[in-house]
Design a protein around this ligand. Structure first.
Ligand SMILES: Cc1ncc(COP(=O)(O)O)c(C=O)c1O
Length: 403
């Protein structure tokens, strides 16, 4: 018998705690920002794959993809960012990755040493938080209001770290339809945060994975990447939420000049480890044909689902609980009374076929579990109403609705 435990690498990621029940399969899935299932049209996807294969000839799949990924898709991304996000990137600085998560992985691998502080929002997307914790980084949460991270709190957090001789590696922001808090930062707030970060020479990571998911909110202000001319903002986003999480196609945009210096991007073997060229071809061909119509279909589907979730919360949760009213994106963040423990209750919820995310998964210390995040992109409006009623019943039985 081989003792595999004795053979494991000493560099395995550190263990990060997950709430009991998080692996369960349920009918009511309020725990993942999946793409909306009905907008995936298999015939159109197959047509896009065929177009991709035919346009490139047999070499398109026979050869390894270029470093940085599909050239047409990189140009397409650069054009979209210029027209939608006020950000003029060179296609050479766009790197196609396996989802936004792939781009985040490259950045963390390239920059993070164990013990490095990273300044993150008060609650931040659990996936990148987990990646930081696995690498031994120290995410430092900074207070937020409904306009995003608070510039004064950011300044204070940086000063505290610098006084202790520690230098934060990034100011890490999700400034549009923030996951899980739901806010989109105004232009004024963006400028104020940029000023603080720049005055300390700390780069910003902006994750705009939800920029295409406006429901009925105001148009989004220019991206941080379009506001700075200092080459100090990294951008990541994805096609996964729009076209399908299973596609695993996202991208990063590096500040000018950084690409050449990043071993994780330039390694000779990167094309062999990168994202599937077939998937990127499909995304490219499909988006060129169907972008506007697809985004409109997603918007309409999310509008109905969001409204179903908000009215189900209104009907089933007491008024002293609070929740966000998202104007875009795919999630609602809920606050229960102090003492409620959504981390502990998740396993019971899954026994009733409902899954959600406890507040603690968005926090480095796994605290603040009187909060929970509910996503509405996956289930139908009818299922959303059923699932929320089931959840309310459980929380009532647990005594969370006693005020
Ligand atoms: C803010 C944010 N960033 C990144 C991701 C990961 O996206 P992808 O599936 O493209 O890796 C998610 C998925 O939920 C997310 O919410």
């Amino acid at each position: 018998m081989v003792d595999y435990a004795a053979l494991f690498s000493r560099n395995l990621p550190r263990a990060v705690s997950s709430p009991p029940g998080s692996d369960a399969q349920t009918r009511y899935i309020f725990s993942v920002t999946n793409a909306v299932p009905e907008v995936i049209d298999s015939d159109e996807y197959l047509t896009a794959i065929r177009a991709g294969l035919e346009s490139g000839g047999p070499n398109s799949l026979a050869a390894y993809p270029p470093t940085g990924g599909h050239v047409g898709l990189r140009e397409f991304v650069a054009q979209r960012l210029a027209s939608n996000r006020g950000f003029n990137a060179s296609p050479d600085d766009v790197v196609i990755t396996d989802g936004a998560g792939g781009a985040i992985n490259i950045l963390l691998d390239s920059f993070i040493n164990p013990g490095d502080p990273v300044l993150v929002e008060e609650f931040t997307y659990m996936g990148s938080l987990r990646m930081m914790l696995e690498r031994g980084a120290e995410p430092v949460h900074v207070a937020c209001d409904e306009d995003g991270m608070l510039p004064d709190a950011l300044e204070e957090a940086i000063n505290t770290l610098e006084t202790a001789g520690r230098r934060p590696k990034f100011v890490w922001l999700i400034p549009v339809y923030q996951n899980p808090l739901g806010f989109s930062s105004s232009m004024q707030r963006r400028r104020a945060l940029l000023e603080v970060a720049q005055s300390h020479g700390i780069p910003i990571l902006e994750n705009e994975s939800y920029a295409d998911f406006q429901i009925d909110g105001d148009p989004l202000p220019t991206a941080f990447s379009g506001l700075s001319d200092q080459g100090d903002v990294f951008y990541v986003s994805s096609f996964t939420k729009l076209l399908g999480c299973g596609l695993r196609v996202g991208f990063g945009v590096l500040p000018p000049g950084v690409r050449e210096a990043l071993p994780q991007v330039n390694a000779q073997n990167l094309p062999r480890r990168g994202v599937s060229h077939l998937a990127t071809m499909m995304v490219y061909e499909y988006m060129r044909e169907h972008e506007a119509e697809h985004i409109e279909n997603v918007r309409n589907a999310l509008l109905v689902r969001r409204d179903a979730m908000l009215s189900a919360l209104e009907e089933n949760f007491p008024s002293f609980c609070e929740w966000t009213t998202p104007r875009g994106g795919m999630l609602v963040f809920v606050r229960l009374p102090e003492g409620a423990d959504t981390w502990a209750t998740l396993a019971k919820a899954t026994e009733r076929d409902v899954k959600y995310n406890p507040g603690g998964v968005f926090r480095a210390d796994r605290d603040r579990n009187n909060y929970l995040r509910l996503t509405y992109s996956h289930n139908s409006p009818e299922e959303i109403r059923e699932g929320i009623a089931r959840l309310a019943e459980l929380f009532r039985e647990e005594g969370y609705f006693e005020g």
